[in-house]
Design a protein around this ligand. Structure first.
Ligand SMILES: Cc1cc2nc3c(=O)[nH]c(=O)nc-3n(C[C@H](O)[C@H](O)[C@H](O)COP(=O)(O)OP(=O)(O)OC[C@H]3O[C@@H](n4cnc5c(N)ncnc54)[C@H](O)[C@@H]3O)c2cc1C
Length: 432
């Protein structure tokens, strides 16, 4: 973290798909700094298993729109949903251009799979490691850009904001705790979800919703901090740490949920919140800590070809999915709320943008439809980049100074940030 580079054109906080996509779509003469709290390979974007949605043709538009709205309990922003669906073919083209490979049939056409809440197959995938395929390819494209600098193992602890205008952020180096002010014409918050605040989550532990707390501290509008998605099926374990996801597309391909007596008890293809509710009710009825997922109906060929990572992880845990059901339990997975943004990722604070899971553009409403989040993150990041590029002539003219005193007790700061998020989520749950 060199002290010399204090002024940048764009500061991008987060190196998941949202951050990377924004960097790739900014002009090449833009001086960009990207930050990540961990290493570049440790973002939830790398963990995505199931896939990414795409509009297959105009004949699917109405059904895709309706599936997204129904999953979101019709609390979605309909214009945002339309925008995402319409922009999906171009975004997939961008990804393919960047080297991303999706499953194809023998004629070279895309193969599509299905997940809960989808009325028809429209999800592109790469085995069961779609997120790794997309994010690693975006990362290698970004690494080739000489105008992009990446700082790993650093944390944004605040934005530098004055009179509803953002001038960059305060960055803390992990380990040494050294604090540095970074000034930028534009700042993009792309810090992902909130799973690190929960005991049981599929997310990386370092994703603690930092941008949300920073937003709350600085008068940046947020919304629906109480809209948290629980994934119905994560591998049940007594061990601590991140929960291993058993992708919904396994159920999309035929896997069934079983109770303690080995009987099916719900429709596995309903939206996530409904299936989660059914599982929790069944666990209560049976007095168990998990239910069972039987993947054998999927068939050996599909399991081995489409879900190799899930199969081998279950084997490591002592379960051969070809022979026996596996124990599964719901866990925190995704965050629908976030920093309120418009169709271009703009917040209510000048020069401050947000994209990806930390932002709320209204696409997901109260509950996200499976495989819409990578897509939404990418599209809003690209749109934010276009606006920054268009407005870049108008850079910052001042470098406001900021006292570092309030960041020095790091443990107290983190406790305060977690409490801010919890209190706002509770307020929205009970008061709005
Ligand atoms: C197990 C799993 C499976 C999933 N499967 C799918 C799927 O199949 N399809 C789909 O569409 N979605 C899926 N999702 C959701 C999807 O992966 C995420 O919503 C999406 O990747 C979010 O991207 P992002 O760029 O917003 O955040 P992330 O990829 O999480 O990146 C966040 C970045 O911000 C950095 N960061 C955080 N805080 C700070 C800070 N204070 N300072 C500096 N850096 C910071 C992190 O280090 C990281 O680089 C899945 C999620 C999980 C966890």
């Amino acid at each position: 973290m060199p002290d010399t580079d204090k002024k940048w054109n764009v500061l991008i906080v987060g190196t998941g798909v949202a951050g990377l996509c924004c960097a790739l779509h900014l002009p090449r003469d833009c001086k960009i700094l990207m930050l990540t709290k961990s290493t570049v390979e440790e973002s939830d974007s790398f963990l995505a298993q199931g896939g990414i949605c795409m509009l297959r043709g105009q004949e699917d538009f109405a059904a895709y729109f309706e599936d997204t709205m129904r999953a979101g309990h019709y609390e979605n922003n309909a214009d945002a949903v339309r925008l995402m669906i319409e922009s999906s073919p171009a975004m997939i083209e961008d990804l393919v251009e960047c080297g991303v490979e999706f499953a194809r049939d023998e004629k070279g056409n895309f193969r599509f799979t299905r997940e809960g809440g989808h009325s028809r197959p429209r999800i592109l995938f790469h085995d069961d490691i779609t997120g790794k395929e997309i994010t690693s390819k975006l990362l290698s494209c970004v690494k080739k850009l000489s105008n992009v600098t990446i700082w790993e193992n650093v944390e944004l602890v605040d934005v530098i904001a004055k009179d509803k205008e953002c001038f960059g952020g305060v960055v803390r180096e992990n380990g040494s705790g050294k604090l540095t002010d970074v000034y930028a014409d534009f700042t993009l918050l792309a810090t992902g979800g909130v799973g690190g605040l929960y005991e049981n989550s599929t997310n990386f532990r370092h994703l603690t919703g930092d941008s949300l707390a920073i937003a709350l501290e600085n008068g940046v509008e947020v919304e629906h901090l109480n809209y948290v998605q629980i994934h119905p099926t994560t591998f049940y374990s007594e061990k601590h740490g991140r929960r291993f996801l058993i992708s919904e597309s396994v159920r999309g391909e035929g896997a069934v949920l079983l109770d303690a007596q080995g009987k099916r008890f719900c429709n596995e293809l309903l939206p996530r919140d409904i299936v989660t509710g059914d599982i929790l009710a069944q666990m209560k009825k049976d007095g168990t800590k998990h239910v069972w997922l039987d993947m054998r109906p999927v068939g050996e060929k599909t399991l081995k070809e489409h879900f190799p990572t899930i199969c081998s992880r279950c084997l490591q845990e002592g379960y051969d999915v070809l022979k026996t059901p596996i124990p599964v339990v719901p866990a925190q997975h995704y965050f629908m709320g976030g920093i309120k943004v418009d169709a271009d990722g703009k917040t209510n604070v000048k020069r401050l943008f947000a994209a990806g899971e930390t932002a709320c553009n209204g696409v997901h409403g109260k509950n996200r439809l499976a495989s819409n989040s990578l897509l939404e993150s990418l599209i809003w990041a690209k749109r934010a980049a276009a606006v920054m590029a268009a407005e870049r002539e108008n850079g910052i003219s001042a470098l406001p100074q900021i006292s570092h005193e309030k960041y020095e007790d790091y443990a107290a700061l983190k406790a305060k940030y977690a409490e801010l998020i919890r209190a706002e989520a509770e307020r929205e749950e009970y008061c709005d």
